[in-house]
Ligand binder design. Structure first.
Ligand SMILES: [Zn+2]
Length: 409
């Protein structure tokens, strides 16, 4: 007996059956204000269901276009069932049933006709009353769009009214008509968007946050979705920052959070320098008390010998100034290093083009700034500058002439 019932249950609606490609298909569709639905049938038994919400643009369509949107959507989804055999489309809109015979088409309707051209179909009118399944499907999706958070908080909000002075003031203002942003309805305070004002009383706000974030029906959504859900029904001042703080500190969210940031690569050790002043590191110690017009110290350390140089620098040290100090205190005595390790401070990375040009330095794009000096060779005397360099920038050249003397000549 039970087995017979079971057999009956699995062979009847709403259980789907497998499609039989030798038999003709029927497509039933229906559209409502917010949602559309359709069912694919064979011998009056459903093969597939389909429903979805309409987007903002589609909601503004006239009803016959909504119906056509439904048909196009269903045919797109069931294309693999319907191509190659003749089928029937049943719609509950008379105007839509004459769509094939329309003489004057809008560009959108022309596109639809173009899409429908690959199908072999007949369109019939079927009143809504007989089109039960599709109607129910579109209503179900429509209900889903209208769902709001409503709990038994209303009574407690009323109770909390006397405990929140701000809410009391607002209610008085609303009653006296001094504000248009708030109004009173059934002893509750409402604001724009028909949202209920929640008083600051007895962890009421926290309970709402818990209900809209921790419950099983919602399942810990992120900040944006939690905000959207709560803001649909409730309002209180600074609610967004409260929601932010709540979601940020939710233990379950923290434990299950998916890391969005790209994982950092392996640490690459720096190459070991082989001789002094081949590779140096550079950084600033800043925000020091002013002394002789300087408020920071530029620290340069040779990575081979750990010899450190501490150069006083002004507070707002520009890239140009860094370059000047670098040449004055480092290059002059030790020559140009092959690599400079820095924290990619713009003062280092955007460094002293002029100075570099003067030394004919080739710069390669490594992870550190790497300079390869091309030394000036010549048999000129110390007071006789190499003439091609003068064409770069005479002023810069003269400024560094002393450095070149000491290093090379
Ligand atoms: Zn959470």
């Amino acid at each position: 007996m039970t087995f017979d019932l079971l057999k009956k249950a699995v062979t009847e609606e709403p259980v789907l059956k497998l499609p039989d490609y030798t038999k003709p298909f029927q497509v039933q569709t229906d559209a409502l204000d917010f949602a559309i639905g359709g069912v694919l049938l064979q011998d009056d038994h459903p093969v597939a269901y389909e429903s979805r919400k309409l987007n903002d643009t589609e909601r503004r369509y006239p009803i016959h276009n909504k119906e056509m949107t439904t048909i196009i959507h269903c045919l797109r989804v069931w294309r693999h069932y319907l191509l190659g055999s003749r089928f029937v489309i049943q719609t509950d809109n008379v105007a839509t049933s004459y769509f094939q015979n329309h003489k004057k088409l809008s560009p959108k309707q022309a596109r639809w006709q173009d899409f429908l051209a690959e199908f072999d179909y007949v369109m019939n009118y079927k009143p809504g009353k007989t089109n039960v399944i599709a109607d129910a499907l579109s209503r179900k999706a429509e209900l889903a769009t209208l769902t709001r958070v409503t709990c038994d908080f209303a009574d407690r909000i009323k109770e909390g009214l006397n405990h929140d002075p701000l809410m009391k003031n607002l209610m008085e203002m609303a009653r006296e008509g001094k504000t248009r942003k708030f109004w009173v309805e059934d002893g509750l305070l409402f604001t724009v968007g028909n949202r209920m004002y929640v008083p600051r009383w007895n962890s009421l706000r926290r309970e709402i946050l818990k209900e809209c974030h921790d419950s099983k029906w919602i399942g810990h959504p992120g900040t944006h979705r939690t905000k959207a859900i709560i803001e649909r029904s409730y309002y209180w001042p600074n609610m967004r920052s409260d929601i932010d703080a709540y979601v940020r500190t939710c233990l379950i969210c923290q434990q299950d959070k998916v890391e969005q940031a790209k994982p950092a690569g392996l640490l690459e050790p720096l190459p070991i320098s082989e001789r002094p002043w081949e590779s140096i590191s550079m950084d600033f110690i800043s925000a020091l008390p002013t002394s002789e017009g300087c408020e920071s110290i530029m620290v340069i350390v040779d990575r081979f010998s750990k010899y450190g140089m501490f150069i006083p620098a002004p507070r707002d040290c520009t890239a140009e100034e860094v370059g000047r100090l670098f040449f004055k205190h480092v290059v002059k005595y030790w020559g140009l290093p092959r690599s400079i390790i820095s924290d990619r401070d713009p003062r280092f990375t955007g460094n002293c083009e002029d100075h570099v040009k003067c030394y004919r330095i080739r710069r390669s794009g490594n992870h550190n700034s790497t300079f390869t000096p091309v030394y000036i060779s010549g048999s000129k005397t110390m007071g006789d500058p190499p003439s091609p360099l003068l064409s770069v920038n005479p002023e810069t050249f003269i400024r560094h002439w002393s450095s070149i003397e000491f290093i090379e000549l």
